[in-house]
Design a binder for this molecule. Structure first.
Ligand code: C2E
Ligand code: MG
Ligand code: MG
Length: 785
C-alpha cells in the first residue's frame, strides 16, 4: 500500500518538474526568438496553466476547491485573450487598443480576486481585520506610486475616453488584486511550495503589469515589452505549477500568535509605505508638485494611509492588552496550580507519616525520628522510648462497638499529647498501641516521665453521649544505650511492655537485659510445646479436694504436667499462657479433658464407692470462646462414658466477665448437660461479690492468696464469700491450704471444702489410687470439685 502511494507521489513530482521545465523552455525559446511571434507563445503557456489547474483540482480535490476553479476560470479568460492576440499576430494586423482581448484580460481579474478572497476567508474563518488593514496600507502605499507613475500620467495624457478608461481599469484591478494578495500572504503562516508558487504568480503578474503600464503611461510606449511578456508567461507557469505541486492539498496555517501581532519587518514596511507619499512629494517624482490636483490626491491618500496606520496600531495595542491579560490569567492559573500541588504534596506526606484516626505520628514517622535521634551521640542516656498498650481494649470494642473504641483511641491520643513536652513525639503504632519518644531527659528521668503518663489514665475518658469509660494502660520503657539500632530499641520496649502486661497490667516497667533471656525462653517453650502431645510429654496429676469436716476426698482437680524430653519439668503457670497465645491450648485442653474423663470412668468402675468422686478440669478462656467447645465436651463425655454430673469445669473469674456473651452461652449449654461450673481463683479478678449473683456457677474456689495469710481483713473477705455463696446455694472450695492452722480457721469460718498441700499435693493417677485407698470417698452424698 505504502509502495503504491510512494509511486503515485513520485509520478506527481515528475509531472510537476516536467511541466515547469517545459514552461521554462517555452519562455526561454520565446526570449531567444524575434518579437514578431511572441503572441503565439503566450496562449500556449496560459492554456497549459488552465489545463494544469483543472487537472490538479480534479485529481487532488484541494479543500477549498472553489478558489482554484476561480483561478482556472481567470486563466481560461487569459488564454482566450492571449489567443486573440495570437490571431492578430498571425493575421499580421496591428492590435488595436482597446480590443476585445482587453475585455477578456480585465474580466479575468475579478475571478483571480474572488479566488484570493475565498482562499483567505476560509483560512481566517472571518474577516481578519488586522490582515485587512495591513493589506489596505500596502495597497494605499502602492496607490501613491501608481498615482505618480501611472494614473497621473494617464490622466494628463492625450488619450481619448475609452483607451483612458481601459488603461485606468487595468491599474484599478491590479490594485484590488494587490490588496487581496497582500492580505493572503500576510495572514497565512505555512509556506508550502504550492503557496510560494502562488505568491510568485501574484508578484510576477503585478510586477509585469506595473512595469508595462508605468512605462507605457510615462513614455507613451512600454519599455522592453518582451520582458513584461516573459514575466507574464512566467506568472502563468507559476500558477499552473502551484496547482500541480503535490503540496496543493495541504491547507496553509494562519500566522502564529494571531494576525494582530506585528513583526518588526512588517512594521518597517508599513511605515515605509506610509512615508511613500511625502517622499514622492519631497523629491517631486514625476513632477507631481507641478499640479496641485496631484498634491491634493497624494495628500488624501497619505491621510487615509495614516488613518489606517492609526487603526492598525490601535488594534495592536488591543492585541497587546489581550495578550497581557491572557499572560496574567495564565500566571494566576499557574500560581494556583503550584499552590494546589504544594498543598497536595503536604497532604500526601502528612498522610504517609500520620495516623488517620488520631492524627498522631505513625510507625513510619516514629521510626524515622528514632533513627534520627539515635544517630546523635548525645542521645545516649538522655533519650527514652515508651510503648503504651491499653489494657483490655478489645473488651471495649467488643462490648461497646468499634465507633466507641475509636472515640476512646482519639481521647487517649489527646490525653497523651497533653502529657508530653513540645519536643517529644507521640505516635500510634496501630490498634491500641501508642509510643512516646522522649529526648533530653536523664535516663532515670524516663521512668518518672512514663509514670506520669500512666497517671493520666486515672480519670475516666469522656465520650460522646455523656458516656465515659475507664481505660488503664501498660507501659514498657527503654532507655537508649550506646550504638543501639532503632529496631532494638523498639524490641526492648516491647519486651518491657510484655512484662508489664504479664505482671498484671496497669503499670510501667523499665526494660532490663534479663527480659531478653526470658523472652528467648518463652520462644523456646512455644517451639517445644508444639511437639509435647505427639511426644507424650504431657501427663495429668490429680489433687484431692476434701470435705473439711471429715477430711474425706470428695473430688480431684486435674492439673497438667509437662516434662519436655531431656529437660526439667515446666510449670503450668509458665507454659499455659504460651499455649493460650499460640492456640495450642485447644488440642491440649481437649486432650486433658479426655484423659481426666477416662481416668474418672476407670475409678468409678473400679470401686462402686467412688461413684461420688468428681473431677475438676481447668478450662482456659481461649477454650471457652472456641465455638466447638460445648461439642467437644459433649463428645468426650459420650465417648468416655463419664457422667456429666461428675465433671466440674473450672474457669477463672476474669474469663467469665471479660467475654460475657459467648462464655455465658457456652456455660449454659454445659450446665444443660449436667456439668457443673466452678469459678477458679475467686477474688483475684474484678473481685466484686455482686458478680456472684449474676454468674451461672455452681462452685466458688476461694483463691489461695486469701487462704494462706493470717490477715484479719482476709478473714472478712472469706466470710463474705461464704455468706453470699450459702445464700445463693453455691458450693465453696478453699484453695491452697498448707497448714493445719489454715484448715482450722477455714473450718471455723464454715468453709465446706478445701484443697491444698496440707491435705495432699497433686499426684499421678497411680499415686492417687493409693491415696484414695487410704482416704475413702464418702458415699454418693455431696459431690464437689
Ligand atoms: P489452679 O487451677 O488454681 O490450680 C491450683 C494450683 O495450686 C495448682 O498449681 C496446684 O499445684 C497449686 N496448689 C495446690 N495446693 C497448693 C498449696 O497448698 N499451696 C500452693 N502454693 N499451691 C497449691 P499448678 O498445678 O502449678 O497449676 C497452676 C495453674 O495452672 C492452675 O491454677 C491452672 O490455672 C493452670 N492449669 C493447670 N492445669 C491446667 C489445665 O489442664 N488447663 C488449664 N487451662 N489450666 C491449667
Ligand atoms: Mg483450678
Ligand atoms: Mg486456683
Amino acid at each position: 500500500m505504502d509502495e503504491v502511494h510512494g509511486q503515485v507521489r513520485a509520478g506527481r513530482q515528475a509531472a510537476w518538474w516536467l511541466y515547469l521545465a517545459a514552461g521554462a523552455a517555452v519562455i526561454v525559446v520565446y526570449l531567444l526568438i524575434t518579437a514578431d511571434v511572441r503572441h503565439l507563445f503566450s496562449p500556449l503557456v496560459s492554456a497549459s496553466a488552465t489545463v494544469a489547474i483543472v487537472v490538479a483540482v480534479f485529481r487532488k480535490r484541494p479543500r477549498p476547491a472553489a478558489p482554484w476553479y476561480l483561478f482556472a476560470a481567470g486563466m481560461a479568460l487569459y488564454t482566450a485573450a492571449d489567443s486573440l492576440f495570437g490571431i492578430y499576430q498571425v493575421e499580421g494586423t496591428a492590435v488595436p487598443f482597446p480590443s476585445p482581448a482587453d475585455a477578456l484580460y480585465l474580466a479575468a481579474y475579478p475571478f483571480f480576486t474572488a479566488g484570493l478572497i475565498a482562499l483567505t476567508t476560509v483560512q481566517n474563518r472571518g474577516l481578519g481585520w488586522a490582515g485587512l488593514l495591513d493589506a489596505g496600507i500596502i495597497t494605499l502605499g502602492a496607490t501613491t506610486l501608481a498615482w505618480v507613475f501611472i494614473i497621473g500620467p494617464y490622466l494628463f495624457s492625450q488619450l481619448s475616453a475609452l483607451p483612458l478608461t481601459v488603461s485606468l481599469a487595468y491599474t484599478l484591478v491590479d490594485l484590488v488584486l494587490l490588496c487581496m494578495a497582500a492580505r493572503l500572504v500576510l495572514t497565512t503562516g505555512t509556506r508550502t511550495p504550492s503557496f510560494l508558487l502562488m505568491t510568485a504568480w501574484l508578484c510576477a503578474t503585478l510586477g509585469a503589469d506595473g512595469l508595462y503600464y508605468s512605462t507605457l503611461a510615462t513614455t507613451g510606449a512600454p519599455i522592453a515589452p518582451e520582458v513584461s511578456y516573459a514575466v507574464w508567461m512566467a506568472s502563468y507557469l507559476f500558477l499552473g505549477a502551484a496547482a500541480l505541486h503535490p503540496s496543493l492539498g495541504r491547507t496553509p496555517r494562519l500566522v502564529e500568535g494571531g494576525q494582530a501581532a506585528l513583526s518588526g519587518p512588517r512594521l518597517v514596511l508599513l511605515i515605509l509605505l506610509a512615508l511613500m507619499g511625502p517622499v514622492l512629494l519631497i523629491v517631486d517624482a514625476g513632477h507631481v508638485r507641478d499640479r496641485p490636483a496631484h498634491v491634493g490626491i497624494i495628500s488624501a491618500i497619505v491621510g487615509c494611509l495614516t488613518l489606517l496606520l492609526v487603526l492598525r496600531v490601535t488594534l495592536l495595542a488591543r492585541y497587546a492588552q489581550g495578550q497581557a491579560a491572557q499572560a496574567r490569567t495564565r500566571t494566576q492559573a499557574l500560581e494556583r496550580s503550584l499552590r494546589d500541588q504544594t498543598s497536595l504534596q503536604k497532604q500526601l506526606s502528612h498522610q504517609a507519616f500520620h495516623d488517620p484516626l488520631t492524627g498522631l505520628a505513625n510507625r513510619a514517622l516514629l521510626a524515622e525520628r528514632l533513627e534520627h535521634v539515635l544517630s546523635r551521640p548525645s542521645a545516649v542516656g538522655t533519650t527514652g522510648l515508651i510503648l503504651i498498650d491499653l489494657d483490655r481494649f478489645k473488651d471495649i470494642n467488643d462490648s461497646l462497638g468499634h465507633p466507641v473504641g475509636d472515640e476512646v483511641l482519639i481521647a487517649v491520643a489527646h490525653r497523651l499529647l497533653g502529657g508530653v513536652r513540645q519536643q517529644d513525639t507521640v505516635a500510634r503504632l496501630g490498634g491500641d498501641e501508642f509510643a512516646v519518644l522522649v529526648e533530653d531527659l536523664p535516663s532515670d528521668g524516663v521512668r518518672d516521665y512514663a509514670q506520669r503518663l500512666l497517671g493520666r489514665f486515672k480519670d475516666p475518658f469522656a465520650l460522646s453521649g455523656e458516656r465515659s469509660v475507664y481505660v488503664a494502660a501498660s507501659i514498657g520503657i527503654v532507655a537508649i544505650r550506646e550504638l543501639m539500632p532503632p529496631s532494638e530499641a523498639l524490641r526492648d520496649a516491647d519486651l518491657a511492655l510484655y512484662v508489664a502486661k504479664d505482671q498484671g497490667r496497669n503499670r510501667a516497667v523499665m526494660f532490663e537485659p534479663s527480659m531478653s533471656t526470658a523472652q528467648q525462653d518463652q520462644s523456646r517453650i512455644a517451639q517445644d510445646l508444639r511437639y509435647a502431645l505427639t511426644r507424650n510429654e504431657l501427663s495429668v496429676y490429680y489433687q484431692p479436694v476434701v470435705e473439711m469436716d471429715t477430711g474425706e476426698t470428695t473430688g480431684v482437680e486435674a492439673l497438667l504436667r509437662w516434662r519436655p524430653r531431656g529437660r526439667d519439668p515446666i510449670q503450668p503457670e509458665q507454659f499455659i499462657p504460651i499455649a493460650e497465645e499460640t492456640d495450642l491450648i485447644l488440642p491440649i485442653g481437649a486432650w486433658i479433658l479426655r484423659e481426666a474423663c477416662l481416668q474418672g470412668r476407670r475409678w468409678h468402675d473400679q470401686t462402686p464407692d467412688r461413684r461420688a468422686l468428681t473431677i475438676a478440669v481447668n478450662v482456659s478462656g481461649r477454650q471457652l470462646k472456641d465455638p466447638d467447645f460445648p461439642e467437644t465436651v459433649t463428645r468426650t463425655l459420650l465417648e468416655t462414658g463419664f457422667p456429666a454430673s461428675s465433671l466440674v469445669v473450672e474457669i477463672t473469674e476474669n474469663v467469665l466477665i471479660a467475654d460475657a456473651e459467648t462464655t455465658t452461652a457456652h456455660i449454659s449449654s454445659l450446665r444443660g448437660l449436667g456439668v457443673r461450673i466452678s469459678i477458679d481463683d475467686f477474688g483475684t479478678g474484678y473481685s466484686s461479690l455482686s458478680y456472684l449473683r449474676n454468674l451461672p456457677v455452681d462452685i466458688v474456689k476461694i483463691d489461695q492468696s486469701f487462704v494462706n495469710t493470717a490477715a484479719a481483713k482476709d478473714n472478712g473477705i472469706i466470710q463474705a464469700i461464704l455468706y453470699l455463696s450459702r445464700a445463693l446455694g453455691v458450693d465453696t472450695v478453699a484453695e491452697g491450704i498448707e497448714t493445719s492452722a489454715q484448715a482450722d480457721r477455714l473450718r471455723t469460718l464454715g468453709c465446706p471444702h478445701g484443697q491444698g498441700f496440707y491435705y495432699a499435693e497433686p499426684m499421678s493417677a497411680q499415686a492417687l489410687e493409693e491415696h484414695l485407698a487410704a482416704h475413702p470417698v464418702p458415699e454418693l452424698r455431696h459431690p464437689t470439685g
